[in-house]
Design a protein around this ligand. Structure first.
Ligand SMILES: Cc1cc2nc3c(=O)[nH]c(=O)nc-3n(C[C@H](O)[C@H](O)[C@H](O)COP(=O)(O)OP(=O)(O)OC[C@H]3O[C@@H](n4cnc5c(N)ncnc54)[C@H](O)[C@@H]3O)c2cc1C
Length: 411
């Protein structure tokens, strides 16, 4: 039986361990944080259809569904030009869900797979055209993943203990580095980290909003940076507010009333902030890529392999497409169709087009829309007018966001 060790039990590492176990690998998953610490992060993720397809294939979709808040429309609003664009489920395109399989992975990655959540339900996310995307809170997601890992006979969990050193001469044939953007695995392997920090940071906070639809998400393209409004159920919303780091530090230090005042000035008139539900927190944002993505037995997935601006909510989804690709290759090893020592090289070459395209697309969005350049306004007007006038262009743009830019050629 093939063996792997996964470093990092964040959302990507946990899913990678389940995915490998599903195709018959014996997996050790380690993280210096214990289970309670792993659950504690205050964050909500916008899940795309590529992530839904992977959860379905791992047999997790039905279990996670009650925790998901679907949104059936997405409003894109460029505050610089006043142009608005509306994406709905109609823009997903008919029949796309049946064809869907994350990049580098066919719809059935692991024939004969055994292990936790073995086999997608088929009745899960497949065919679910009712949502443009889903919002999922970190806590319930991690609770489900940790339960599944504990129940798996193929997974050994080592949480709350110093992780084994990821050095050379590792006896395990596959080491998965899922240990976040400061990855010790990546550094120990001497893999380069190409990083550019943005002048902006991003602030997350949960609020109650009046006048907002519970099934609608917003991406506001403001001159100071993109601003996402994500529904959490009822009148609760997660905000992801990008702006210059100094401004966000000031916002963080305001009392609730003053913060809500500033927020009201940033949101469209129809969205009225009513109450703060948690403490605003600012994070640095950067675009970064590890090069190469694998070396020796080490394969990097999730934030240890790449980071992107939170615009469009791509980060976790991109990491989960890494997992889908890794699972596909691991299944080929289990089936004797790929030599174990070729897995890392195959992963490296399969993943870079999707990663590069997604990082470039999010970077371009930020550069084009986060500024007060009057010369760019005609280009932005043209882009949004074309989007509004062409259902095909809207469908392609939504497909790029939800399946990754590299899936477009199949459509
Ligand atoms: C403000 C903000 C909003 C975001 N919103 C979205 C969104 O809406 N949608 C989306 O898709 N993405 C979003 N992202 C990105 C998303 O949060 C990340 O991509 C995701 O958390 C990465 O998960 P990960 O498991 O790869 O890494 P992490 O979550 O960073 O997990 C890494 C794990 O590795 C462990 N670790 C550290 N060192 C070691 C070691 N030496 N050995 C073993 N383990 C170790 C850590 O304890 C941790 O548990 C957002 C990011 C930010 C900053």
């Amino acid at each position: 039986m093939s063996q792997a060790r996964v470093h990092g039990a964040g959302p990507t590492g946990c899913l990678a361990a389940l995915a490998l176990a599903q195709v018959g690998w014996e997996v050790q998953l380690c993280d210096p944080l214990d289970a309670n610490q792993l659950l504690r992060r205050q964050r909500a993720y916008a899940l795309t259809h590529s992530s839904a397809a992977l959860l379905d294939r791992l047999g997790l979709w039905q279990a996670i569904k009650p925790q998901l808040v679907p949104f059936s429309s997405l409003e894109l609003w460029d505050q610089g030009t006043g142009r608005q664009s509306h994406f709905s489920v109609a823009d997903l395109g008919r029949g796309r869900r049946r064809r869907l399989g994350p990049l580098g992975a066919p719809a059935d990655p692991g024939a004969g797979a055994k292990g936790p959540g073995s086999g997608g339900s088929g009745a899960g996310s497949g065919g679910d055209q009712s949502a443009v995307g889903w919002i999922l809170q970190h806590g319930p997601l991690m609770e489900l993943l940790l339960q599944q890992l504990q129940a798996s006979p193929l997974v050994t969990l080592q949480l709350g203990q110093p992780a084994p050193s990821p050095g050379a001469g590792d006896p395990v044939p596959l080491v998965v580095g899922a240990d976040g953007s400061q990855s010790a695995s990546r550094q120990a392997a001497g893999i380069a980290w190409l990083e550019r920090t943005y002048g902006q940071a991003c602030l997350t906070v949960q609020v109650r909003l009046g006048g907002a639809r519970a099934d609608q998400a917003w991406e506001l393209l403001r001159p100071e940076g993109p601003f996402a409004v994500l529904p959490l159920g009822g009148d609760a919303f997660q905000l992801v507010w990008s702006a210059p780091a100094r401004r966000l530090r000031q916002l963080e230090s305001l009392d609730a009333a003053a913060f809500l005042d500033q927020l009201a000035g940033a949101l469209p008139d129809q969205l009225q902030p009513e109450a703060l539900l948690d403490q605003p927190r600012a994070y640095p944002v950067a675009v970064a890529l590890a090069w190469p993505l694998a070396r020796g037995p080490l394969v990097l997935v999730g934030d240890s392999a790449h980071r992107c601006h939170p615009v469009g909510g791509q980060g976790l989804n991109l990491g989960w497409r890494d997992v889908a690709c890794l699972q596909h290759l691991a299944a080929r090893v289990s089936a004797g169709r790929l030599a174990p020592e070729r897995l890392a090289a195959a992963y490296r070459w399969r993943r870079w087009p999707d990663l590069l395209a997604t990082l470039l697309a999010t970077d371009l969005l930020v550069r084009l829309f986060s500024n007060r350049q009057r010369l760019l306004l005609p280009l932005r007007r043209l882009a949004l007018d074309l989007l509004n006038g062409s259902p095909l262009l809207r469908r392609l743009s939504l497909a790029a966001m939800t399946d990754g830019p590299c899936r477009l050629w199949r459509r």
